[in-house]
Write a protein that binds this ligand. Structure first.
Ligand code: HSE
Length: 329
């Protein structure tokens, strides 16, 4: 599908912007890059995720009345918050700047974790306004607005977190200009073990340390692996997926920001993971496994290891979330 902001039409069914009607939306965390696919691959997980409660008000404009779970790190100023800014772009695009909104953002996942924290919030906000305005357009049409939120959060409007958060499942960004986003199949029963070591790795900084030029030999290795991973997803070939998930471009640099990254890989692979790598820009790491039990054991073992080097962590086990955002009430 191709998306361009200017192609977005006004919603066909529009609710009156009054009466305090509200909606409560969850949007999922995401694993971007999927090791070899820097900025072009990502998938959604079932947990963690963020929640937005949005209410229509009688006064045009957006307010943010409450943010929880952020330790005071996120701005309540609607001109500075990624959720309100992306929602404002959407309202302008559909010609509904007359709408009044109040937003509550409930962070249910760590910020700066490499799990698409800003994307989950932004997508929850956009899905909430789409629901409130009864906009029955394809959710993919919200993608350019979500990318504006990413641009604001980390200086670059990549789509490999927002696209899977919005569409669910495993997603390929085939092209950014024009935007061309493709939902990929994946084998059922693929489990994802996620460990977030509690160290701060802001995406903005993790992008600045990456090499800007690569040589042809490395490029050939990398695109071979990306093609191998996508083929493995289509062919439901777990071994091909596993052996393709190698990154010689970004991981060697970013792994330096993650405590005991290579030791964690050794532990996970030794326990039966089919692959292991950095989630997004880190510091979270993830492993694919063929079953839930192995994923649970790996997260527990990695958490124990991090504890032994005095680093706290959060752990999650999930299948790939094909549903994307959902209305909770
Ligand atoms: N593709 C982005 C990056 C994802 O690696 O910087 C950030 O979560």
């Amino acid at each position: 599908m191709e998306n361009k902001e200017q192609e977005i039409k006004a919603p066909t069914i529009i609710a009156p912007p009054s009466g305090g009607r509200g909606v409560h939306v969850f949007a999922p965390a995401t694993v971007a890059n999927v090791v070899c696919g820097f900025d072009v691959l990502g998938f959604a997980v079932n947990e963690p995720g963020d929640e937005v409660i949005m209410r229509l008000t009688n006064k045009p404009g957006i307010t943010i009345s409450k943010i929880t779970g952020d330790d005071g790190r996120l701005p309540l100023d609607p001109a500075k918050n990624t959720v309100s800014v992306s929602v404002q772009h959407y309202l302008q695009s559909v010609g509904r700047t007359d709408v009044g909104l109040d937003i509550e953002l409930h962070k249910k996942m760590p910020i700066g974790s490499g799990l698409g924290s800003s994307s989950a919030s932004t997508v929850a906000g956009l899905y909430a306004i789409k629901t409130l305005l009864d906009d029955d357009a394809d959710p993919a049409k919200l993608l350019p607005f979500a990318m504006k939120g990413e641009e604001m959060a980390c200086g670059h409007g990549h789509a490999d977190n927002v696209a899977p958060a919005l569409l669910g499942g495993f997603v390929l960004i085939r092209s950014y200009d024009p935007l061309d986003v493709i939902r990929l199949p994946h084998p059922a029963g693929l489990y994802c073990a996620i460990v977030f070591p509690d160290v701060d790795v802001p995406t903005r900084e993790a992008r600045q340390i990456i090499r800007q030029k690569i040589n042809m030999k490395d490029a050939v290795t990398q695109w071979g692996n990306i093609a191998g991973l996508v083929s493995g997803l289509f062919m439901q070939d777990i071994d091909l997926i596993g052996r393709s998930m190698k990154d010689i471009l970004v991981e060697p640099v970013r792994s330096m920001l993650i405590p005991d990254f290579y030791k964690m890989r050794e532990i996970a692979m030794g326990m039966g993971a089919i692959s292991f790598g950095i989630s997004g820009s880190g510091p979270s790491v993830f492993a694919f496994t063929k079953d839930e039990e192995t994923a649970k054991l790996i997260t527990q073992k990695l958490q124990q290891h991090l504890t032994s080097i005095k680093i706290g962590s959060n752990i999650y086990v999930s299948t790939i979330n094909d549903a994307g955002p959902k209305v909770l009430g």
